[in-house]
Design a protein around this ligand. Sequence first.
Ligand code: RBV
Length: 422
Amino acid sequence: MVNYKVADESLAEKGKEALYIAENKMPVTAKVIRERFEKEKPLQGIIIAGCLHVTKETGNLARTLKAGGAEVYLCGSNPLSTQDDVSAALVEEGINVFAWHGNTDEEFYWCIRQCLNAKPNILIDDGADMIVTAHKEFPELVENGTIIACQEETTTGVKRFRAMAKKGVLKVPLFPVNDARCKNQFDNELGTGQGIVAAIYGMHVLFAGKKVVIAGYGHCSTGMALRARGLGANVIVTEVDPTKALQAVFAGYTVKPIIDTLEEADIILTATGCKHVIPPKIEIFDKLKDGIILGNLGHFDIEIPTKELYEYAKEIKPIRSNVEELLMPNGKKVYLLAKGRLANLVLSEGHPSEVMDMSFGLQSLMSEFIVQNKDNLKPGIIEVPKEIDDKVGFLKLKSMGIRIDDLTKEQYNYIHGYEEGT
Ligand code: RBV
């Protein structure tokens, strides 16, 4: 029996088309690994719960895990990112889905609890909400060994788990899949980077000649700055980390404190992982340039002070799908994308299938790794093994028909030794 709650089951046919489109662009996850999983069933008898953006790419991850023998539960990792047609299609395929677009905070956690009620053995999280809820509300799953290990998809979630580990309260083995090279150098840089088009979708705005502020210069924001520059924008980067700020300077961007950009910025896009990137103060809101577009591409909706902006605005007018015009008391207009939630998922369809193929290839192989090593995993953060990271890179290259060199034995010994010098 399939357990589920989705918006509209009649959208299944449309969802299947979306899944099909993604499948063809995900040869690692949806072909090579899936075909092997179908034969070998490495996840037989395992229950996997994913708290992920319910998209056509995530749907293909769920299909692969199911092909490996797992019983799969899925809930959304953001109230506005669920694609209702995809969730309907997955239910028809026997995946237990609790997700619909636009759920309230209360419903969001209800969906997470439905997945945890299934007593999952592996949790795949995006942002840490499901695993934190398991610690708080389902301690028996954590303590009696039902949960064998967990995987985290995004930077913000990994940051939360590293904080938990430091405090000694992380009670499960946790693999920060986000930190694998095949994840963050592609999904984060290219996927979030290209996500700046969300601002274009949202407002149909021209980037050329605009002053675009990119807040942060981590994996995600380096990609965003590069793409914005490619479109002809004058890019200003803001940072708090001196090394990253220097990297931005030497990449040719203007770097300055965010406060100094407010009167000139046409567009501000954030992906810092931190709260209140624009400080929530009236005198700061008053400075924003008339017609400015504010968008966030980070995991949570706290980078732009959405709540405080809503409170201060005289009028909030939805003007397009997921775009609002805020009329400020001083008469200026501010355009807010996706209610401050990740515009790259809400206003477009999430990161392209080609890059999610690598992220979800890693999530698939790590699920198998967890089952194979279930007796040797200790609570705490455990990095993704380099061999698995390399394997996904190798499979992706192979699927693209690209060959690379192999080290000879002599070369291997040279780079792993110290004897040979001048
Ligand atoms: N993300 N998933 C998608 N198309 O399913 N797009 C982006 C998708 C993930 C991505 O891995 C990122 O780290 C995370 O969403 C942010 O919540």
